[in-house]
Design a protein around this ligand. Structure first.
Ligand SMILES: Cc1cc2nc3c(=O)[nH]c(=O)nc-3n(C[C@H](O)[C@H](O)[C@H](O)COP(=O)(O)O)c2cc1C
Length: 213
């Protein structure tokens, strides 16, 4: 019996490895990437997001992160521009390694550096900010972002993804960090699986309609 369990465990491990090796980009991810990679409008709406690829909680190995999926729905619906917050030091694909590093960054109140810059930030009147919840907070790189740009007078809307914490109180954090902006704290919080589904897309559109956008 014990041998059978060991054999079963080994088989699962091999299968698991196999799956992660052959993970291919899905149609939904390709569509999201196509949307996120194109900024050709004269829009005065910008969707800023941070999102991780790789091994993710509850949704397997992903090529497009959960928050990025939601960003693509907003961008498509509002014909907006988007900006992905890309860290200089990429976060580990391995989930456990990433959680350890993120925990240390939070303890250190770190400001991880961003690789890219927003062109013409002044030209945007409305800014969406999207992020996953990390350790009951925003990922520290979002603090870097909020401190790097002048949000004075902008209308700010917030969305996030999570695995149970909801917004974890981060909407008020954003509001107090961006005290010179008009921050709407009626944000959108979706769990990872919903964020990646048609239901998530519908919920996002309903949220935008509810905001009058
Ligand atoms: C470092 C780290 C810490 C996390 N901490 C939390 C948490 O405190 N509460 C929660 O609900 N989910 C937590 N999660 C889960 C993520 O918020 C969730 O998987 C999210 O959808 C990931 O978004 P992304 O794919 O856009 O990166 C954490 C994930 C990571 C990687």
């Amino acid at each position: 019996m014990k041998q059978k369990i060991i054999l079963f465990t080994i088989t699962l491990m091999i299968l698991g490895l196999g799956i992660s090796e052959v993970t291919a980009i899905s149609d939904a991810e390709t569509q999201a990437n196509d949307i996120l990679n194109k900024n050709s409008t004269d829009s005065d709406i910008l969707v800023i997001y941070f999102s991780r690829t790789g091994e993710n909680y509850n949704v397997g190995n992903v090529e497009v992160g959960n928050t990025a999926m939601v960003a693509s729905y907003i961008k498509e619906y509002l014909k907006a521009d988007s900006f992905e917050v890309v860290p200089i030091d990429k976060y580990p694909d391995n989930y456990d390694e990433c959680t350890k590093l993120a925990s240390k960054e939070k303890d250190d109140n770190a400001r991880p550096q961003i690789q890219n810059k927003i062109d013409n930030f002044d030209s945007y009147k409305t800014v969406f900010i999207g992020y996953p919840i990390w350790w009951g907070d925003l990922p520290m790189i979002m603090y870097t972002l909020m401190e790097d740009y002048d949000f004075t007078g902008k209308d700010v809307y917030i969305f996030n993804t999570h695995e149970g914490s909801g917004d974890a109180g981060t909407y008020s954090t954003v509001q107090s960090k961006l005290s010179k902006a008009n921050v709407n704290t009626d944000g959108l919080a979706l769990d990872g699986k919903t964020a990646r589904s048609d239901d998530g897309k519908q919920k996002t559109i309903e949220w935008l309609k509810g905001l009058g956008l």
